[in-house]
Design a protein around this ligand. Structure first.
Ligand code: ZN
Length: 132
C-alpha cells in the first residue's frame, strides 16, 4: 500500500540529483519493469543518460511521513473532542479507556513509520547482479 517511493541518483554530467517516483518494491522489480538501465533526464543540465538500477537509491518518503503525522494529529484531535466530557467528569474506570485510546494512535504511528523505513531499506539493500 505504501510502496510509492521516490528514487534518486546523481547526474553523470553535472552531479545534481535526478529523482522519480516508482511503485517498484526493490531494484530487481524495477529492473524487471523498466529494464536494467533506465533512461533518465536531468532537470538541471537537460542531458539524458542511462543509469543502472544499482545506482539508484530510495530516499525516505518525507511527504508520506508528513501525511502520516498529520493524520495521527487529526485522529488524536477527533478522539479528544469526543472524549472531552468523559475526560473531565470521569471515574477511574473511564480513564483506563482514555489512556488506551490515546496510546493506540501512537502505536499505529510507530508501526507506519517503521513500515516506511523497512520499505526504503528493502529497496536499497538487494542489488541486481551485474552481467559482465
Ligand atoms: Zn545534470
Amino acid at each position: 500500500m505504501l510502496n510509492f517511493m521516490r528514487v534518486e541518483t546523481k547526474c553523470n554530467n553535472c552531479g545534481s540529483y535526478i529523482s522519480f517516483w516508482t511503485w517498484a518494491e526493490d531494484r530487481i522489480k524495477l529492473a524487471m519493469d523498466k529494464g536494467e538501465f533506465l533512461e533518465l533526464r536531468c532537470k538541471s543540465c537537460k542531458k539524458s543518460g542511462k543509469y543502472h538500477v544499482n545506482e539508484l537509491r530510495a530516499e525516505p518518503n518525507k511527504f508520506l511521513r508528513l501525511f502520516v503525522v498529520l493524520l495521527m494529529l487529526v485522529v488524536t484531535g477527533v478522539v479528544f473532542y469526543f472524549i472531552y466530557d468523559i475526560l473531565f467528569y470521569s471515574t477511574s474506570v473511564y480513564s483506563v479507556y482514555i489512556v488506551g485510546v490515546l496510546v493506540f494512535p501512537s502505536i499505529a504511528y510507530g508501526i507506519l513509520i517503521r513500515d516506511l523505513r523497512l520499505k526504503r531499506n528493502a529497496f536499497n539493500w538487494p542489488k541486481l547482479n551485474e552481467h559482465n
